[in-house]
Design a protein around this ligand. Structure first.
Ligand code: SF4
Length: 89
């Protein structure tokens, strides 16, 4: 049976640097400069997060369709998933 980081430490979310941050920045809607700024703010917070790797792996494993997780956008996670499938093939 596989073990996932979030399984071994179920409290990882409360260790995130985004606790107390503006959730709109992590779940921006639409596009344009304002959204780009929100994404940049979220990514800057993720960059210093102690659980960033766990967070992005959670988002990849659960196929989160929205939001910034571990400093990645949904589009970036799609790219990671594609790359991993290619490597695994
Ligand atoms: S990586 Fe980003 S979204 Fe994930 S817990 Fe840390 S700050 Fe929050």
């Amino acid at each position: 049976m596989n073990s996932f980081p979030e399984d071994t430490d179920p409290n990882w979310r409360v260790q995130g640097s985004c606790i107390g941050a503006d959730t709109d920045d992590f779940f921006p809607e639409g596009q344009g400069k304002a959204v780009d700024a929100q994404i940049a703010r979220a990514k800057a917070i993720c960059a210093d997060c102690p659980v960033a790797q766990t967070c992005v792996e959670f988002a990849l494993r659960t196929n989160q369709p929205f939001g910034i997780f571990g400093g990645t956008t949904p589009s970036e996670r799609r790219t990671i998933r594609k790359e991993r499938k290619i490597v695994a093939a």
